[in-house]
Design a protein around this ligand. Sequence first.
Ligand code: IMP
Length: 175
Amino acid sequence: MDKMHKKILFPRNVIQKRVQEIACQISADYNGRELIVIGILKGAFIFMADLIRAMSIPCRVDFVRVASYGAGQERSGNTVLTKDIETSIKGRDILVVEDIIDTGLTLTYLVNWLKERNPQSLAVCAFLDKRKRRKVSFEADYVGFTIDDGFVVGYGLDFNEQARFLPEVYILEQE
Ligand code: IMP
């Protein structure tokens, strides 16, 4: 990342406002119910922490970790779960929280995996959505921001484990 220049895409206040809006929408949609919110590690942890604290309904939390194998940044489609949930989701309302949807392969795999456990409902909330890069069609129920192609970091998203801690979202550009 040293030879990359990073340009700000979403500053803190813009992120905060949008997270609040999504949290209000989710709270209204699930009014009177308790959600089990499942975050996809590692990228979703910051967004999920902000999102659930902005919601006005109760929730429980759990996490999964998914690994994808392929050459470089391109996805091969070989997706495996390397950390499973520890909560029973049968008959429960589930909200899966992801940092970014790119090809759609991770969420397609994970949603199918979770649906086999017979939740009452399952919705997906993604902080960012790179719609144009899909390899499989996938629509999230809640999206923070739709972005064009390009690699973004910050607010949980990394480049080789760097930059997750940044409170803003940046787009990486070659110097
Ligand atoms: P998908 O299976 O191609 O949809 O991949 C989604 C995953 O790819 C995300 O959870 C991220 O880990 C990673 N990813 C895709 N695009 C970016 C990006 O621009 N920045 C950081 N991670 C990304």
